[in-house]
Design a protein around this ligand. Structure first.
Ligand SMILES: [Zn+2]
Length: 237
C-alpha cells in the first residue's frame, strides 16, 4: 500500500512545485525574478500596474511629483495605444524619473499561453510603449505574476529584468482610500516592492480613484516611518 502511495505523493509534490512556479510572482523556477530590494536600510519601491488609465494615472503622477517620489508603471500595451498622452505623461514624470515597464499587450494570463503568443504579447506591448513614449522599457512584470518557462525566455530576448512584488493590498477591489493606506502602512518593511494599481487589466477605463486618493497618505506614512523611496533600476543587477 505504501509502495503504491509513494509515487502518487511524489507526483503531487512535483505538480505542486510547478504550480508554485506558475502562480507565485517571485518563484525563480521559470527564470530569475526580483521580488524585493535589500532588507538592510529603509528603502521601499512603489509600483503601479495595468495603466495608463484616465481615472487615476494623472492624479498619481501629480502626487508623486509633489512629493518627489519615483515609481514604476507596468503598462498594458492596449491601454498605451488608447491613452498615449497619459503614457507620455508618465515618461515625462514632471521632474521625477519613473520607470516604465511592460505588462503584456492584453493582460494575458501567460502560464497557459504558448511561446508564440507570449512573444507576441511582450513584443507588441514593447512597441506600443516605445511608440508612445520614446522610451525602451527594461523591466517586465507578468499579469498576476503567472509565468511558465517561455516567459523568461521572451523577456530575456527583449533585454528585460523580470519583477514580482513583495506585497499587494488588494486595492483593485476598490476599498476606501483610508483602508488602502492602512494596509500599506501595516505591511511596509525594508526593501518592499509595493504592488498598487493605476489601471484595471481588463477594463481600460476601470475606476482606480481610491488608489490615487490613498497615495499622498501612503507616502506620508512611509516617510514618517523613516522610509525612502527608491527606483527599481537600483535593483537590476
Ligand atoms: Zn496586472
Amino acid at each position: 500500500m505504501i509502495g503504491l502511495l509513494l509515487p502518487a505523493v511524489a507526483g503531487a509534490a512535483a505538480v505542486g512545485t510547478v504550480a508554485m512556479g506558475a502562480y507565485h510572482p517571485n518563484s525563480p523556477l521559470f527564470g530569475p525574478v526580483i521580488g524585493r530590494g535589500p532588507p538592510a536600510g529603509r528603502r521601499v519601491y512603489l509600483t503601479f500596474d495595468d495603466g495608463p488609465n484616465p481615472t487615476a494615472t494623472e492624479a498619481i503622477l501629480d502626487a508623486l511629483a509633489a512629493a518627489a517620489v519615483p515609481a514604476a508603471f507596468f503598462m498594458v500595451g492596449d491601454h498605451v495605444r488608447r491613452f498615449p498622452a497619459l503614457a507620455r505623461r508618465v515618461a515625462s514624470g514632471a521632474g521625477v524619473r519613473h520607470e516604465i515597464g511592460n505588462h503584456t499587450e492584453h493582460h494575458v494570463k501567460l502560464h497557459v499561453a504558448g511561446p508564440a503568443r507570449i512573444r507576441q504579447e511582450l513584443e507588441s506591448a514593447h512597441r506600443a510603449i516605445v511608440d508612445a513614449t520614446g522610451r525602451r522599457p527594461r523591466v517586465f512584470r507578468a499579469p498576476h505574476g503567472y509565468r511558465n518557462p517561455f516567459v523568461g525566455r521572451a523577456a530575456r530576448r527583449l533585454g528585460y529584468r523580470v519583477f514580482g512584488w513583495t506585497f499587494g493590498v488588494w486595492d483593485s477591489d476598490r476599498p476606501m482610500p483610508d483602508e488602502i493606506r492602512r494596509r500599506v502602512r501595516t505591511k511596509l518593511r525594508p526593501g518592499a516592492i509595493v504592488l498598487l494599481h493605476d489601471g484595471d487589466g481588463y477594463d481600460p477605463a476601470g475606476d482606480r480613484r481610491p488608489t490615487a486618493h490613498a497615495l499622498p497618505g501612503i507616502i506620508a506614512d512611509a516617510r514618517a516611518l523613516g522610509y525612502e523611496f527608491g527606483s527599481l533600476t537600483e535593483l537590476c543587477p
